[in-house]
Design a binder for this molecule. Structure first.
Ligand SMILES: Cc1cc2nc3c(=O)[nH]c(=O)nc-3n(C[C@H](O)[C@H](O)[C@H](O)COP(=O)(O)OP(=O)(O)OC[C@H]3O[C@@H](n4cnc5c(N)ncnc54)[C@H](O)[C@@H]3O)c2cc1C
Length: 468
């Protein structure tokens, strides 16, 4: 089979690249080995986890908010079988959606595992070779498993294994306090599990703004999630009806199930890449420039197999850029406005620099303003006042450097910050613009006003706390 553009992998990076190449006139082929398109994100990542997040949120509303707002529904109860049916239905709708997008755009899906034979041919297991003019590698990532004794127990699962559970474990240990670990800890606590997080670094989600990580730890502790930070897991033993997890200096915790979520590695081995001259690092992935070009001129790489971010939306954008370059256009990926959503309760969402990064790059020329949700009318009426919005700018020109948010629906709200950063807006653009009233989005404007030293809606006694 011949293709102008062959894409290896049908996840967010790959399917976007294939569709964009076809839109630009290519005969585009996408090689995917799983029975559904959509990759990690749609099958066992973003989509099923957020379907469970939605179930957890509905439970929270029923437990904490409905009665307050005057809605009587009786004692809320989790029906995990129904929640799983809902999750599966959402996944099916999304993966089938990609298949119909392929049809609509004339992309051919070749089913099977692919491997480069040379710089113009991909061999497909059990199928015909695909010869191509340009190729885009989008093979994604896989969960890492640290060499800890006992971790081969069937009760130690990765995120895919946890998503396949049909029962809620009474006691869940989460190894790794990164994004995936924290999202599952938050879901399962709401589902009724006793949850313990073991993390070897001193903070949860260490790459995030320090105040956001601290706020999450505070809220997790309030919700009864046990946190063991700066503790290494040293071993796991089967006890007959469960697990005994050893950590720190001889401490132990009993569990029914353990989620191992210590990071993901790029899928780059066994693809024939090194043999054809594509430079890669087994830990960091395929080397690719801002045009997503690898060291072989007609081969591009996008998404988790070649990325620092490991996010679906960076994979989407990289896929578009690679396809455009493969089709003779000139496109680059601009990483200034990458949103960083975390779907815990409370949610976190950020874009641009953290406060520490801003201070490192701009020294004393940085101003920060924090606006608490308790001063926002919509948050109050939603009974969701945990958290705040932080606006960070540099004071020489007033350029906005970052927005960090913890609280209700912030993963949806962050797009305002993305647009502002992409447009190189000043803090005044945000603070002096209008936000519809009453909405949660007002908090972004208000945080800008606090950063400029002219807060309107924060009572004096709260200003000191907001600045702290
Ligand atoms: C539990 C979990 C939750 C997540 N939640 C979010 C979230 O909320 N938001 C977010 O932005 N990101 C989230 N992510 C990350 C997101 O899923 C990834 O960043 C995204 O899927 C990367 O897209 P990709 O196209 O690079 O790779 P993938 O989605 O991994 O797709 C790669 C595809 O390539 C196929 N493939 C691999 N090798 C071959 C081969 N040799 N031949 C044929 N096909 C092959 C694989 O089968 C797979 O379908 C989450 C991840 C996990 C695990």
């Amino acid at each position: 089979m011949e293709a102008d553009v062959a894409v290896l992998g049908g996840g967010p990076g790959g399917y976007t690249a294939a569709i964009r190449a076809a839109q630009l006139g290519a005969k585009a082929v996408c090689i995917e080995k799983e029975p559904e398109l959509g990759g990690t994100c749609l099958r066992v990542g973003c989509i099923p986890t957020k379907a469970w997040v939605q179930t957890a949120f509905a439970l929270k509303e029923a437990e904490e908010t409905f009665a307050k707002l005057g809605v009587r529904v009786g004692e809320p109860q989790l029906d995990i079988a129904a929640a799983n049916e809902w999750k599966a239905a959402v996944v099916k709708q999304m993966t089938q959606g990609v298949a119909s997008l392929f049809k609509a755009n004339g992309v051919e899906w070749v089913k099977g595992a692919g491997r480069f034979k040379d710089a113009s041919t991909i061999a497909v297991e059990g199928g015909e070779d695909v010869s191509f003019k340009q190729a885009i590698v989008a093979t994604g990532s896989y969960p890492l498993r640290p060499p800890i004794p006992g971790l081969d127990s069937s009760r130690c699962v990765d995120s895919t294994g946890l998503l396949a559970q049909e029962r809620v474990p009474r006691r869940l240990v989460v190894l790794g306090g990164g994004i995936i670990g924290c999202e599952f800890a938050s879901i399962f606590r709401r589902f009724g599990s006793e949850v313990t997080i073991i993390e070897m670094l001193p903070t949860l989600i260490p790459q995030e703004d320090a105040d956001a990580s601290k706020e999450l730890a505070k809220q997790f502790s309030k919700r009864g999630i046990a946190l063991h930070l700066e503790k290494q897991c040293t071993g796991v033993e089967e006890t007959g009806d469960g697990l005994r997890v050893q950590f720190g200096d001889g401490e132990t915790v009993e569990a029914d199930l353990m989620l191992v979520s210590v990071g993901r590695g790029p899928t780059v081995e066994g693809l024939g890449l090194e043999e054809i001259g594509v430079e890669l690092d087994k830990r960091k992935g395929i080397a690719a420039d801002e045009r997503r070009r690898t060291t072989v001129q007609n081969i591009y790489a996008v998404g988790d197999c070649a990325g620092y971010w490991q996010l679906a939306h960076t994979a989407f954008r990289e896929g578009e850029v690679a396809a455009e370059n493969a089709m003779g256009h000139d496109a680059v990926v601009d990483n200034r406005g990458v949103p960083r959503p975390i779907y815990t309760d409370p949610e976190i969402a950020s874009v641009g620099l953290t406060e520490a990064e801003a201070r490192e790059q701009h020294g004393d020329d940085v101003a920060v303003g924090t606006f608490p949700w308790v001063a926002n009318a919509r948050a109050v009426m939603q009974n969701e006042t945990t958290g705040w919005v932080k606006s960070i700018h540099e004071t020489r020109y007033g350029e906005l450097l970052g927005i960090v948010m913890v609280g209700p629906h912030v993963t949806d709200l962050i797009e305002a910050g993305v647009v502002a950063l992409d447009a190189e807006s000043t803090v005044e653009t945000v603070a002096d613009g209008m936000a519809a009233h009453p909405t949660l989005s007002e908090a972004i404007k208000e945080a800008g006003l606090v950063a400029l030293g002219r807060p309107i809606h924060i009572p004096a006694k709260r200003r000191a706390a907001a600045r702290a």
